[in-house]
Design a protein around this ligand. Structure first.
Ligand SMILES: Nc1ncnc2c1ncn2[C@@H]1O[C@H](COP(=O)(O)OP(=O)(O)OP(=O)(O)O)[C@@H](O)[C@H]1O
Ligand SMILES: [Mg+2]
Length: 379
């Protein structure tokens, strides 16, 4: 495949431009083969969607395996999810448009199906006129019956799955649970970034989907693998890059996938023959400058305490004890209780997150957006 830049920053463009994730891919493929569904979670921009597409791409090459992918971030209720799922499944099964129409009319005729186009992606869509809970259930049951009748494994990937928690009076979790338990050839890959919501759905005994999937956290790509990937793609176009520059890139971006990709993408674009430390520094500076307007806006939108705390966390490069005396004193943050409140507000706004990597019981609080963190650091 021809691409203008080997460091994709928008979407998955194929295995050639996908770095590592070999262990994760192997684990998920094996789970699918053995009949387990998966829940993939991480902080934002770590590479979940990319990994899901990478796996579906591999599965599509296998005989007797069919896959569909839907992103339900924009959906607001059970009906919209059912419509999205229905479209994806029917279009996956029936490759020809005339067959799609036939199948839809045969199974869903009474819901007055309309063929339309997704306004964002331009993909063809089926829209069913379903309103009541009963209709939602019957439609899904019909769809699942179609899937159960397929030869081979059927994989449904639902991205941003935590969204169903925001649906009013949703029955979706319980319904999906029954399909996982009864349809032999069906597997789900659920993914999303609101860890608390998503993990709770599958790990709390109070929830319908309790222990129905294998939970899989996604972390950074290991240093060696990312190094090799960067060297390979610069070398391919005879662009030289030193080990020091690569280490600098991985350190500055903390191997947070999107940010590493983004810096490499911009650097690759700028480089003719050789990456120099000067050009690397210039690009970093330029990226922060481009985003400065957004960052300054945060200051206006946050309370004074919230902003002070955000800056303190950024300057510190992450903090384990945000209410410790030393930290409060060093950054003049005021009372313990005020800081607790500000911390929780910043977490709600997803400006910081608790990183549980080192010790499960106590997180390190970090600035969520890596460019914001580097900008704060430079203040
Ligand atoms: N292993 C990889 N190799 C190369 N590029 C990758 C890899 N994983 C992800 N990317 C790229 O990084 C960017 C961010 O990844 P992706 O969208 O998959 O993250 P995400 O975890 O789904 O984020 P969000 O939580 O915001 O949905 C994308 O442009 C994607 O193409
Ligand atoms: Mg995603």
């Amino acid at each position: 495949m021809q691409v203008a830049n080997p460091f994709p920053i928008v979407q998955y463009v194929g295995p050639e431009f996908f770095c590592d994730r070999e262990d994760e891919t192997k684990d998920i493929m094996s789970a699918i083969k053995n009949g387990r569904s998966i829940t993939l979670y991480s902080i934002r921009r770590m590479g979940k969607t990319g990994l899901v597409h990478h796996i579906l791409h591999k599965l599509d090459k296998q005989k007797r395996t069919q896959t569909v992918y839907i992103d339900i971030f924009d959906t607001v209720d059970d009906t919209q999810l059912v419509n999205a799922l229905c479209s994806a499944v029917i279009f996956a099964i029936e490759k020809k448009e005339s067959n799609v129409l036939k199948t839809v009319t045969k199974f869903f005729g009474k819901y007055r199906p309309k063929l339309s186009f997704d306004s964002l992606t331009g993909n063809p869509m089926i829209e069913l006129d379903i309103v009541s809970d009963q209709e939602v259930k019957v439609t899904l049951d019909t769809l699942m019956k179609i899937i159960a009748d397929q030869k081979g494994i059927f994989v449904i990937a639902i991205d941003e799955f935590q969204q169903i928690n925001y649906y009013p009076k949703s029955r979706m979790a319980a319904t999906i649970r029954s399909y996982i338990q009864t349809i032999d050839n069906l597997r789900f890959i659920f993914s999303g970034s609101e860890k608390n919501l998503l993990v709770d759905m599958f790990s709390s005994p109070k929830q319908a989907l309790f222990r129905t999937t294998q939970l899989m956290p996604l972390y950074s790509i290991p240093k060696e693998a990312y190094r090799a990937y960067i060297v390979l793609h610069f070398k391919k176009k005879l662009k030289k890059i030193s080990l020091e520059s690569i280490n600098d890139i991985l350190e500055w971006t903390d191997r947070h996938t999107y940010y590493t990709q983004y810096l490499c993408h911009r650097l690759y674009e700028r480089t003719n023959k050789q990456v120099s430390q000067k050009s690397l520094d210039e690009i970093k500076y330029q990226i922060l400058k481009e985003n400065e307007g957004v960052f300054i806006n945060y200051r206006r939108l946050l309370t004074h305490q919230q902003w002070q705390l955000l800056v303190a966390i950024g300057k510190e490069g992450g903090i384990d004890e945000p209410t410790s005396k030393d930290f409060l004193k060093k950054y003049k943050l005021g009372a313990h209780s005020t800081v607790r409140r500000a911390l929780s507000a910043l977490e709600d706004k997803q400006l910081i997150y608790g990183d549980y990597l080192t010790d499960d019981s106590k997180p390190t609080y970090k600035v969520y957006d890596l460019f914001l963190y580097r900008w704060i650091e430079s203040l």
